[in-house]
Design a protein around this ligand. Sequence first.
Ligand SMILES: Cc1ncc(COP(=O)(O)O)c(C=O)c1O
Length: 414
Amino acid sequence: MSEKLTLTNSDRLYKEAWELIPGAVAGIRRPYNFVPGEYPIYLTSAKGGRIIDVDGNEYIDMLCAYGPIIVGHREEEIDNAVIKQIQEKGFCMSLVQEAQNELAQKLIDIIPCCEKAFFMKTGSDATTAAIRVARGYTDRTKILRSGYHGWHDWCVEVKGGIPEKFYEDVFEFKYNDLEGAEKLFKQHGSDLAAVIITPFGHPLGYAVQYPKPGFLEGLKELCEKNGTVLIFDEIRTGFRLSLGGAQELFNVTPDLAVFGKAIANGYPLSVVVGKKEIMNVLEQKVFISSTFFPNSLDQVAALANINFLEKYKVLDVIAKRGKIFGKKIEKILQDCGIPCSFSGAPWMPFITFDKDDQGLYKKRRKAFYTEIIRRKVFLQPYHHGYIAFRHTDEDMDYVANMIAESLEAVKKQI
Ligand SMILES: Cc1ncc(COP(=O)(O)O)c(C=O)c1O
């Protein structure tokens, strides 16, 4: 029998927080997104591929802060570049610093669609900016979207506090459903400013999907025919699937793309990149500015991170490790006799439980993620995981063995 973790300090801090912060913790970090009572709520430190909670439990971190950690936590080469900037230059000034140009040039060199770049801080900043740029460029209003794009008015799932007029021109289609997109183009074609899509399918709670042959190409063709801007939301895929993003890997170049998360190994930076002609609406017609956008720390971190990714061929290492891991997990799942699936290899590994009418999958999911966290592997029940460069082969073997053990335990329970 696995033993429940000691989480006394997490519980105490959580109770305290209810008096201080609405909902105690924000968004996807809330306990109901894990297994309440089984997962820690507060972490205290992280290093490499590991995290430690406030009760001293140490885990292999297979969630990587929901994506930003690509090399590992507290990577010296990257952190030292940031510390140097703080100590020798400073980073929050009334004008921009040189790092901006250097980073823009780097992105132009490595990302296929990037002819110009515009820096911000969060993924939601960048997706919202890309939509405004596309609307400014086309003088159209309507948007097709597929995937999660952040918390802003036009795209957030929970509509509380948002007047309908802010999202009434935004229409959703499912990943890999080219026919669905075609239908929407038939209805709205000449009014469509943009199609925004995650180029790799990763809807919350569902298996991760590769693009079907012709899907991304078909979308591109529809956009070209209708004068619509194609935007790839590469917030998760960027600096993970390939240095030039999913667009490089799948060989489909959009008009615009947005990057964030792994671009700076944990430092808050995002960017809209794309064709000059479209990006240039930001010169005059479209206004986007924010006090912290030009701060250079995150840009310096991104430069050091990208350097590191190139120098150590980090993405090749992760892909190779993820492939080996994927093969192992597929075999474990085949042998375990539980109706569940594995997807997202090599970059976004995810175990999901096949739906059934009695809802047994929910019980299996809860039991599995309880067993796995008790074995000190930090994975999320509704969200795929990630692999970092600093995860060792031993870590990956340990995770695979714990997945096998946890599934065995589930079989005995349900
Ligand atoms: C594909 C995608 N787009 C946009 C966002 C929003 O980014 P942020 O949470 O940094 O605002 C996310 C965040 O998870 C994402 O996964």
